[in-house]
Every structure is written in C-alpha cells, then in structure tokens.
Design a protein around this ligand. Structure first.
Ligand SMILES: Cc1cc2nc3c(=O)[nH]c(=O)nc-3n(C[C@H](O)[C@H](O)[C@H](O)COP(=O)(O)OP(=O)(O)OC[C@H]3O[C@@H](n4cnc5c(N)ncnc54)[C@H](O)[C@@H]3O)c2cc1C
Length: 446
C-alpha cells in the first residue's frame, strides 16, 4: 500500500490551496493531491471559454503552482474512503495517510423538470471534454437558452453572445436577474445592460419542461410559452459532492454538505473538509449558509491546510463576497444587501454615494462608481456593501468585505486612512467609502 503524510482529494480551488498551504505550514510533510482530471479547469473562468478565451485549454490551473511548492499529484479517481483507518481507495489501489482533506467540490444542481437529460441540454460541469463538446455545439446553434440569471447565467449568455448570429434567451424565475446578490436598483441596471447587448432576458419565467425528441428543441414555460432552443445551459446552482463522504460515515450538516467545525475538522479524527463539499455558516447569524464560491473555498482551504497538525486558524463564518462584470459594467457585493439585512431582522441604515473613481473625472479610466453601504442602526456596524463601476469595483468590494469581517463601525470607516492618486483612485475629498460612512453617521444621529 502507498503511504503519504497528507492526502488531499480534489485538485480545484479548495484542493490546490489546501495542498500548498499544508506544504507552507508543514514543510517536512509529504502532501499528495489526488484528483480525477488530468487538467483542472479554472472554475470561475469557464464562461469566458466561449467568447473571450475561445478554448477550454486556455482556462487551466497550472500544475506548476503545486509542483513548485513540492506537492505531489496523482491523477486517480477516489472510489472509497476509510475514515477510521485513514485509507483511500482509488481505481489504482490504496493509499494510507496521516491526515485526510476532502475537497471533492460540487456538482451542478438539477432542475426538477423533464428533458433535463436530453442531448443538447448542458449542466455546467467543470470538465474540459464536456466544455469542449458544449463549445462545439454552440458553433452551429442558432437558439441558445440559458436557465438561471445569477452571475453564472449572465456571464455565459454574454460570452456566447460574443460569437454573434445567435438568439440568446436567459430565463429567471425571480423578478430580477442577480436578485440573490444585489438590491433591486443594482439588478435593474445590470438587466438593462444585458438587454441592450441583444440578449433576451425573461424574468418571472418558470421552466416547465425541456422539450425535444431525443435532442433539445425548445423550452416550455409554465405560462405555456415555448422558446426554441438548440442548446440549453443550466446555471441553476451547485450541490455538494458528498456521496463518497456519506458512504464513509462522515457526518453531513443541515445543507447536506460535510459537517465541519471552525477549524475545518470533519466528524472523524484527522479528517478535514473544505470548499464546495463542506458545510458553511453565515458570518452574521452562525446559521447554515448556502453560498458556494471559489473565494470561500480557498479561505477554508487555507484554514484546513494550516490546521492539519496543530490548530492555527479558525473560521469566522462566511461573509459572502463576489463580483461580476458584463462589458465595462462591474458589480460587487459583500455581506448583506439592504433587503437581506431587513429580512434577517436588522434595523438598518443604508446610504449610496456616486462619483468618479479617478480625480478629476476626466482622467483616463474614470467611471462613475456607486457604493451602497448598509449599517446596523443602533451600533453603526457595517453589515454589507454593493458597488457598481468599472474594473476597480472588484477591489473596492474586497475592502468593504474586510471592513465587514473586522466588524468596523461607520466611525472607523469615516476615519479610515487611505492613499489616493488622480490616475488610480477617487478623490480624497469624495472617497466613496469614507463619504458613505460619514453620511450614514449623520443619518443614524438624526
Ligand atoms: C461557471 C462557474 C463560474 C464561477 N465563477 C465564480 C467566480 O467568479 N467567483 C467565485 O468565487 N466562484 C465562482 N464559481 C464557484 C466556484 O467555481 C466553486 O465555488 C469552486 O469551484 C469550488 O471549488 P472546490 O475546489 O471546492 O470544488 P470543485 O471546483 O468542484 O473541485 C472539486 C475537485 O474534486 C475532484 N474530485 C471530485 N470527486 C473526486 C473523486 N472521487 N476522486 C478524485 N477527485 C475528485 C474534482 O475532480 C475537482 O478537482 C463559479 C462556478 C461556476 C460553475
């Protein structure tokens, strides 16, 4: 039987980060990463294969980031885990280890409608051959339907639109696209942009069936409307990949993912889990969180990897930070939207500031940038933020996220020390974050 010190199942965001972190924290330990695919897709880059990148082969996590840290790689499919003996069985034999990290990720969510398995219906698998087949089918497709208008759905629709000459329809059951992540005014702006690019966005649209004889021909809505389709893409979320963990006897949590503690330890000694297959709790309530993101996966992996042989880090809970971009319009969100804060019982104050992200506003690269912050009224604690702007929105929202994670108050943010430059940032007089906090303080006082 082969032996290693640390065995990691999974080679994507969580597995790769856990492996590198383990080597950095425990350089004397051998780390073996076992994954089933020869080449691992960059999961967040998948939509860009179809337009901007043009080839799945351009969207690969380089093995060098593992091998230069001394991580060993085995391309094998794990079939069984013995969590008591710490032995993993693959199609090539058994491997024993001292510590096991399960980072087996997620699988695409299934829509409970007939026709889900028809030829031409594509769930989003993070698999190079599946994506190459989708790309091939898209070349000749005249009518493409994307189901789900979250960030994955809109990114897919916009990238496929870049191929030209296709009717693209995006279907969303909610009243707005992106409505789980942004307040309505942000959603409306993104929706208007997508429509202006020639994509047909249908909201309040519930799918009844995918229709076709063996091959996809159309999508039927519960309203009775039928939309022609040569290819249907499902952007309807992900479910944790836990069958192997369940069979091994690892405890699962309330959302069906592998139960973990704050140190990312699973229910069995010396077994850890991280990424999409691991249970998450909300930073705010401590309740189960359904969010599954690469950024969360890597955070959890940095915690798991550091804790393998002694506890060095703990998880504060998932804040939930992410961004998307269509053309030059970028949007970011962190923590609670105003709607979600109110739904969760918070008495809150929200403020919006808008201004250029350079100074003066005529500088190259300047774009009108809107920041909305949501504070708890009685304590002044920052609960959430949303940004709309150009590429700089991606980093601005990360600053907002750091303020949330450190439970900063409006007063802390109003006296935040920042550096500014005409070519790089908003003016120090009208710095979005500081001005929004100052306005919120005034509103909380009165
Ligand atoms: C189209 C798309 C776009 C996205 N964009 C973003 C984004 O912009 N930002 C963001 O934060 N998140 C994004 N996400 C979410 C992100 O992709 C996931 O949160 C992330 O991939 C989770 O990483 P993971 O390592 O936990 O799991 P996965 O990426 O699912 O990887 C699981 C790994 O485990 C391996 N594995 C599973 N079972 C076995 C087995 N039996 N034997 C061996 N190996 C096994 C797999 O082969 C794979 O290597 C996007 C997702 C999709 C689908």
């Amino acid at each position: 039987m082969r032996k290693t010190d640390v065995l990691i199942i999974g080679g994507s965001a969580a597995g790769a980060t856990a492996a590198v972190t383990a080597r950095r924290h425990y350089p004397d330990k051998e780390v073996l990463l076992v994954r089933k695919e020869g080449k691992v897709m960059i999961p967040c880059g998948i939509p860009y294969i179809f337009g901007t990148l043009g080839d799945p082969a351009k969207n690969i996590i380089p093995d060098a980031m593992l091998t230069r840290e001394g991580v060993k790689i085995a391309v094998e499919t794990v079939e069984k885990i013995d969590v008591d003996k710490l032995v993993v069985s693959t199609h090539q034999g058994e491997i024993a280890c001292e510590r096991l990290v399960v980072a087996a990720g997620s699988l695409p969510g299934r829509l409970p409608v007939s026709g889900f398995d028809l030829d031409g219906a594509f769930p989003i698998l993070k698999d190079i051959e599946h994506l190459a087949e989708l790309q091939k089918r898209l070349q000749s497709a005249a009518n493409v339907v994307v189901i789900g208008c979250g960030f994955i759905g809109i990114e897919f629709a916009d990238e496929i639109n870049k191929l030209g000459g296709k009717n693209i329809t995006v279907l969303e059951i909610a009243p707005y696209c992106l409505s789980l992540a942004y307040d309505e005014e942000f959603c409306a702006e993104m929706q208007a942009l997508i429509k202006s690019r020639g994509i047909d966005v249908r909201t309040n649209a519930k799918v009844a069936a995918i229709q076709g004889a063996g091959r996809v021909a159309s999508v039927k809505l519960t309203s009775g409307e039928v939309i022609p389709a040569d290819v249907v893409i499902f952007g309807v979320g992900a479910v944790p990949n836990v069958e192997m963990a369940r069979a091994a006897g690892l405890k699962l949590g309330p959302t069906g993912a592998i139960a973990v503690d704050r140190a990312m330890r699973a229910s069995h000694k010396n077994v850890f889990a991280c990424g999409d297959c691991a249970e998450k709790i909300s930073f705010f309530s401590g309740r189960p969180s359904p969010l599954r993101l690469a950024s969360i996966a890597t955070l959890e992996a940095r915690i798991a990897g550091a804790n393998l042989f002694s506890i060095r880090r703990e998880h504060d809970g998932t804040v939930g930070v992410w961004s998307t971009a269509i053309g030059d319009l970028a949007m970011g969100t962190a923590g609670f939207t105003e709607g979600a804060a109110r739904q969760n019982g918070y008495d809150c104050v929200s403020v919006e500031v808008e201004g250029p992200n350079r100074h003066p506003g005529g500088m190259p690269g300047a774009a009108p940038t809107k920041l909305k912050l949501v504070f708890e009224r009685h304590t002044g604690t920052l609960l959430g933020g949303q940004v709309r702007g150009n590429a700089s929105a991606g980093e601005l929202i990360n600053i907002v996220a750091a303020c949330i994670q450190k439970r900063m108050l409006a007063e802390d943010i109003a006296t935040f020390q920042m550096g500014t430059h005409p070519a790089l940032t908003a003016s120090p007089i009208a710095y979005h974050l500081v001005n929004a906090a100052e306005m919120a303080i005034a509103r909380m006082r009165h």
